[in-house]
Design a protein around this ligand. Structure first.
Ligand code: FES
Length: 157
């Protein structure tokens, strides 16, 4: 049984589309934007709407890296692991962020506030080591600066 709020949000999304299978990817994209990830109940509802087998919807969702099947945090923190950042202590910055958030790279905090990822290069090598939180870039990072970026969170034990 789909949660009534989720159903309402899905109906709003479905109202923009016909039931053609070619609409699968745009619907998945819109649903992910709305819910921040694609739960199995959302994928099942999309399959019903498009009259597709659930396995087809699941197959497409797992094929494309852009789709997330587990909830991600409201904020995405990314630490650069590119060469320029690495030689200037990027690994130490990543460890400090992991420590602050209490999660490893690729994971989401229990309160769903942050997802932590690494990235190959954010294109600001002159500012190495770098990291981002959502659209904001932080350069010349130090462990002290990491503490400032996440000052609202107490350090994980
Ligand atoms: S290598 Fe880190 S910003 Fe380019």
């Amino acid at each position: 049984m789909v949660d009534p709020d989720v159903k309402q949000q899905l109906d709003d999304i479905f109202s923009h589309y016909s039931r053609e299978s070619g609409n699968l990817i745009p619907i998945l994209q819109e649903a992910q934007e709305e819910f921040r990830y694609l739960s199995s109940e959302v994928m099942q509802a999309i399959a019903r709407f498009l009259q597709l087998p659930e396995s087809a919807v699941f197959g497409v969702s797992t094929f494309y890296a852009q789709f997330k099947l587990v909830p991600s945090g409201r904020r995405i923190a990314r630490v650069c692991r590119g060469t320029a950042c690495h030689v200037r202590g990027g690994a130490r910055i990543l460890r400090e962020v992991e420590n602050r958030l209490g999660i490893k790279s690729g994971k989401t905090t229990e309160d769903l506030e942050y997802t932590l990822e690494t990235i190959a290069c954010i294109g600001a090598c002159a500012l190495a080591p770098t990291m981002t939180v959502d659209k904001k870039t932080y350069g010349q990072m130090t462990t002290k600066k990491v503490a400032e970026v996440f000052s609202e969170r107490s350090k994980a034990e």
